[in-house]
Design a protein around this ligand. Sequence first.
Ligand code: AHM
Ligand code: MG
Length: 336
Amino acid sequence: MSRKNQTLGEFIIENQTSFKYSSGELSRLINSIRLAAKVVNHEVNKAGLVDIIGAAGDTNIQGEDQQKLDVYANEKFIQTLTKRNIVCGIASEEEDDFISINSQDENNQNKYIVLIDPLDGSSNIDVNVSVGTIFSVYRRVTPVGTPVTLADFLQKGSQQVAAGYVVYGTSTMLVYTTGDGVNGFTLNPAIGSFYLSHPDMQFPEDGNIYSVNEGNYIHFPQGIKNYIKYCQQEEEDRPYTSRYIGSLVSDFHRNMIKGGIYLYPQSSKNPNGKLRLLYECNPMAFLAEQANGKSSDGFTRTMDVVPTELHQRVPFVCGSKNMVEKCEEFMRKAEQ
Ligand code: AHM
Ligand code: MG
């Protein structure tokens, strides 16, 4: 039976029992993210009206200060997850340190922590290009009822319980996994509900799109340079098409649907690349693997990297399985 047209709320309830440690807690968490995403979406959609209603730093008609959207998104997600008493800790790309929730309250029996990039690609907002939110969920490793510690956040990506993103694009979508495939939901703005529009999303095994900021080409390692030349060679199925939005969520979303590879390699300027392991790479890697894709730093599986700090950066190669494997082959060869 087609599950299309099911609302996200219905889908969450129906699938609650299939979660590994089902107690309704994870369902409530996804529900909160859904709610915060709708609020942020409303604000993102107004961004083009900035000349009329005021830019960040101005005061709006109600006398409230206008905020930058990434600050606003950060506050909304943290507020929603904190006020509803759903998680025991949050780490955000926008915050220096992690936040411990109700750490003094022994009754806080919540076992999940969330890591979030509230508004990824925010430099695209001023020019009306898609941005996104990325989230990642783990079970805490320290005892329930005690304050969370850094150890709860520095877990390998393979320990993720759920991950997903919201893309604020031509339509707004929420795409997530709880380790049982990837499903995408599109917001009907007239009704304010997300509907299952993309059940069981899968990366095609091969693709013909490569997404990389080629402006950094001369700074890339030799293996990546060689792979980019391979993408551009005239062969039966090549040259590939180059598509780079500069919004990880949007580039990933397109590649998952059409087949492609996203690269943010290390460079002589940024020896560990630019993207953050915990807020960007791990959640995308979990989604990719759940959708039959692949993700690594060129050598090591992204989700096997042992994190050592909250805002750690890693090189990132992610997308259709055969394309990522080809790129890894070029990396290995260049090392020899
Ligand atoms: P941000 O978290 O500061 O928004 O940076 C992350 C973004 C990704 O969405 C995007 O893929 C990448 O940075 C683009 O970087 P660049 O402009 O160097 O190509
Ligand atoms: Mg980001």
